[in-house]
Write a protein that binds this ligand. Structure first.
Ligand code: CA
Ligand code: CA
Length: 220
């Protein structure tokens, strides 16, 4: 039988490596300049998160977490965007001014980011459009192993209360777009493809993206 001392010694030697891998650090999310002052109330938007007048608290993730989406390929249900191009979604530019966003056609549309390998994902940050206060509808964010979203589909956000997107009923809230973007806690799900769905906003039936960031690490 192992002595208690041997067990403690083994545990003691194992601890530093384990503790190192679990070390948490704030995500280094760089914010673009605000394009409007304050946060006007959107009185006609149902199911809306109360806008905060304080900066978003730091989001902690394991040390070494990076934006996996940067310059990764993006495909979409709208293959010929009205304004801009799909590359703008992962080009690292979050300014939100004319020329820095893509406009997809009206109704339920999606974009899919290919991370090019299986990854563990801690957070997804999306900037749809932040030139004015608006709230997009039926936002669904999912992670899967394949680009058609058949295998290992995991929904990390869904504010479609009546299943207009066919993704099931979501209980998350709509939010007012600002330069902070929206951070979604992905809780360490694993997958290669990230899909974002939307269905227009309170201002227009079209869909927009300035940038999407996917924070995580490749799975080795
Ligand atoms: Ca961009
Ligand atoms: Ca809906």
């Amino acid at each position: 039988m192992k002595s208690l001392f041997a067990i403690i010694l083994a545990a003691g030697l194992a601890l530093p490596a384990a503790a190192q891998s679990m070390k948490l650090e704030p995500l280094p999310i760089a914010l673009p300049k605000p394009l409007f002052e304050g946060t006007p109330a959107l009185s006609k938007v149902p199911n809306l998160e109360k806008p905060s007048n304080k900066p978003r608290p730091a989001f902690l993730a394991p040390a070494g977490t990076v934006n996996l989406a940067l310059r990764k390929p993006v495909s979409s249900s709208d293959t010929d965007p009205v304004i801009g191009s799909l590359e703008l979604i992962t080009d690292g530019n979050k300014a939100g001014t004319d020329g820095t966003f893509v406009e997809l056609k009206a109704g339920v549309q999606n974009i899919v980011i290919d991370l090019e390998s299986k990854c563990v994902i801690y957070a997804i940050v999306v900037w749809h459009f932040h030139k004015e206060a608006r709230a997009y509808a039926d936002v669904v964010i999912q992670v899967a192993d394949d680009p058609d979203f058949i295998s290992n589909v995991q929904t990390v956000f869904n504010n479609d209360t009546n299943n207009e997107t066919g993704s099931g009923i979501g209980k998350d809230l709509r939010w007012v777009e600002t330069n902070e973007g929206k951070l979604v806690d992905a809780r360490g799900v694993e997958g290669r493809y990230v899909r974002l769905i939307s269905n227009g906003s309170d201002k227009t039936t079209a869909n927009h993206y300035v940038e999407v960031e996917v924070y995580g690490k490749p799975v080795h």
